[in-house]
Design a protein around this ligand. Structure first.
Ligand SMILES: Nc1ncnc2c1ncn2[C@@H]1O[C@H](COP(=O)(O)OP(=O)(O)OP(=O)(O)O)[C@@H](O)[C@H]1O
Length: 322
């Protein structure tokens, strides 16, 4: 962020705030390099000129859907725009061809239904509101038109929404490249159904996220020349292995252990399992149950065919019997 040169007495500006990150206010005086600001929450702040940023007083009340259209592309300007849109449940914003997603922490089902997918199918980039489907659509079209591989990178800190976003991308690509009316389980179904299995073995409750992925993954979806999904591969790497034998409150071990312990009695007896609290690797943390995760129900989430080699892996039948 460069030093703003045009700060004068009367300017509307942003200054840092210990709790709000940034607060807006008006410059009341400037002495050498020290700027005196009266903030909109009634405080007086003295700060260095280099830490004061101009506020765009003509920004649209609902924010802009592409941040390259902001008059000032500095941190407070970007955060203010994202916050304004978030208030309106607009969780997606572009910065050029990059999509920024703000975690809504609530199900916005209308955003991801089939109707929405159909709207984004083939639409020009930027024609509709920013959306994760638009990113997937561009990647897909470019791949088809130019005959080249394409990648979508999803990044962010823990709990930002990468796992959810990746699932939406996969759902959309499966929608575009799926085969309707094909007998049996299609590749795209199998790709989508791999998520619960991967999450059971590689996700755990952490301080920041009840369903934190403790591994990285590279999902490859292969398409044929006509744009239909022909295959898929998922490469996982860097599982946080230490979590298996050491956990601290309020975190949990990998979901799969709790699912196993919560399996129906015939399975728990057969595999000599018991209440999760009776196992040292699970009871080192006082957190056994997690809000939003039903271990007994989720233990049966995996349906026939997902784990064809379950016998070799010692996976209880209840996991594959639905
Ligand atoms: N688009 C979304 N709609 C609704 N809820 C969401 C969305 N994105 C994220 N969430 C919520 O936030 C939680 C955390 O998101 P997610 O697990 O995707 O984060 P992450 O970036 O993958 O974190 P980690 O790096 O810890 O795995 C989800 O369990 C879900 O409750």
């Amino acid at each position: 962020m460069g030093t703003p040169a045009n700060i004068i007495v009367g300017s509307h500006v942003w200054v840092e705030d210990p709790t709000l990150a940034w607060i807006d206010g008006e410059v009341v005086s400037i002495k050498n390099n020290e700027v005196h600001v009266q903030t909109s929450n009634g405080k007086k702040v003295n700060t260095d000129r280099s830490k004061v940023f101009p506020k765009d007083m003509e920004a649209p009340p609902g924010g802009v859907d592409d941040m390259t259209r902001l008059s000032y592309l500095h941190e407070p300007g970007v955060l203010q725009n994202l916050a304004t849109r978030y208030e309106l449940n607009e969780i997606y914003t572009y910065t050029g061809s990059i999509l920024i997603a703000v975690n809504p922490f609530q199900r916005l089902l209308h955003l991801y239904d089939t109707h929405m997918m159909e709207q984004y199918k083939g639409a020009d980039f930027g024609e509709l509101s920013p959306h994760v489907f638009a990113i997937a659509d561009v990647a897909y079209r470019e791949m088809i038109n130019e005959g080249k591989n394409n990648s979508i990178l999803v990044s962010g800190e823990s709990g930002a929404g990468k796992t959810e976003t990746t699932k939406m991308l996969m759902r959309y690509l499966a929608h575009l490249g799926g085969r309707s009316g094909v007998e049996g389980r299609t590749v795209e179904q199998q790709v989508l159904e791999s998520n619960p299995v991967l999450e059971a073995f590689g996700n755990a409750k952490t301080v920041r996220n009840n369903n934190s992925s403790r591994f990285g993954k590279f999902v490859e979806i292969q398409f044929d020349k006509t744009g239909r999904i022909s295959g898929a591969a998922i490469r996982t790497y860097l599982l946080e292995r230490s979590r298996v034998c050491q956990i601290n409150t309020p975190e949990r071990n990998y979901h799969c252990f709790y699912f196993l312990c919560a399996a129906p009695p015939e399975d728990t007896q057969r595999y000599k399992l018991a209440d999760a609290r009776s196992f040292h690797y699970l009871n080192q943390s006082s957190c056994i149950e997690v809000e939003g995760i039903n271990d007994a129900k989720d233990s049966g989430k995996n349906e026939v065919g997902e784990l064809p080699d379950r016998k070799n892996k010692g996976i209880p039948e209840s996991w594959t019997n639905g």
